[in-house]
Design a protein around this ligand. Structure first.
Ligand code: F6P
Length: 347
């Protein structure tokens, strides 16, 4: 969306917000380098929108961002900021932007961060641009978000190791993966690790949750028993966090109580958010960072920089946070109709 009057851009602000994601530093670096190319000053606000509300900032130049492309986390720090859902918080953030004479604000974050940006844009006349940075990959209009590829690679590497010990001990593991509202991580990791069971938002009912859990518990017990009878050495269940009442630990207990099955629960947790970004995230972040500065120069506002079919696209922020796009339907169908069924038969 083009702003009506384009005036020379002198000062761009950036911040990283919400759960950090590997590749955020690569995006910061690309923005700073591109801005310097166009002789624009970059102001970095610290700790997400909190730094904007309290006016805690640093000036960033190319030297400040050298040798950060390989680092996880974010040099600007990140945080969630409940104040950005209040009129007072938005007014304070607006004041800072006016006081610091910011022409455009680029936010690297997820849906909650974009909601803050949309609210801000209603009060502040400057340009607002979002860059999708979240391990959850739950942003509409972009094929991938920054951090997702690294997170799934980290989880896959961890589960491959769990598989080794599970094979050696003939054990059953229940591995809980991140993504409290979205199954991208669980589903993709489950497929890539050849998990015997994937329990995720895409294939597990959320209406009548208690009933669904009871039914699933019984079918799981049956399948695990069959696998044990056939001396199928290891058995790995991946489950999305925030899906099963009480999570992986409770499911392990229930299998013990209901069918006397010993399971080891393992919550991978924040290990999935850290670590050096993989090539895919570094490259995606760099492309998006440069594209964000170019979008500012072109007078764009209220958009998210996306990548679709390897091409940069501009998506309305309101569209980006709609949560219409889930895990690839063909992946879900392949798992449900072929992989899972065949695996059961071969147990
Ligand atoms: O950033 C996304 C995410 O890592 C989700 O996958 C997870 O559910 C959530 O953040 C955890 O948030 P926090 O670190 O605040 O506990």
């Amino acid at each position: 969306m083009q702003k009506d009057s384009i005036h020379p851009i002198k000062r761009i602000a950036i911040l990283t917000s919400g759960g950090d994601a590997p590749g955020m530093n690569a995006a910061i670096r690309a923005i700073v380098i591109a801005a310097q190319h166009y002789q624009i000053t970059v102001v970095g606000f610290c700790a997400g929108f909190n730094g904007l509300i309290d006016d805690v900032h640093v000036l960033l130049n190319v030297k400040d961002v050298s040798h950060i492309i390989h680092k996880g986390g974010t040099i600007l720090k990140s945080a969630r900021c409940p104040a950005m859902t209040t009129a007072l918080g938005i007014a304070q953030a607006t004041n800072t932007l006016l006081k610091e004479k910011i022409d455009a604000l680029i936010v690297i974050g997820g849906d909650g961060s974009f909601a803050g940006l949309i609210a801000l844009q209603e009060q502040w006349p400057g340009q607002v641009i979002g860059i999708p940075g979240t391990i959850d990959n739950d942003i509409d209009g972009t094929d991938f978000t920054i951090g997702f590829s690294t997170a799934i690679n980290t989880a896959i590497a961890a589960i491959d190791k769990i598989r080794d010990t599970a094979e050696a001990f003939e054990r059953i593991f229940i591995v809980e993966l991140m993504g409290r509202h979205s199954g991208h991580i669980t589903f993709n990791v489950g497929i890539a690790c050849a998990a015997e069971q994937i329990i995720s938002f895409e294939n597990f009912a959320t209406i009548n949750q208690r009933v669904a859990e009871q039914e699933k518990l019984l079918s799981l017990a049956k399948e695990i028993k069959l696998a044990q009878t056939n001396r199928h050495a290891s058995y790995i269940i991946v489950i999305a966090e925030n899906l099963w009442h009480g999570g992986a630990a409770t499911l392990a207990q229930q299998l013990q109580t209901v069918a006397n099955i010993d399971c080891t629960a393992c919550i991978l947790g924040h290990i999935q958010r850290g670590g050096s970004p993989v090539a895919k995230d570094r490259i995606l972040a760099t492309k998006m960072g440069v594209a964000a500065v170019q979008a500012v120069m072109a007078g764009q506002s209220n958009i998210m920089i996306a990548e679709q079919n390897n091409t940069i696209a501009h998506i309305a922020l309101q569209t980006a946070i709609m949560h219409h796009e889930g895990v690839s339907e063909s992946l879900v169908q392949a798992q449900e109709n072929i992989l899972a069924l065949t695996a059961q038969r071969l147990c």
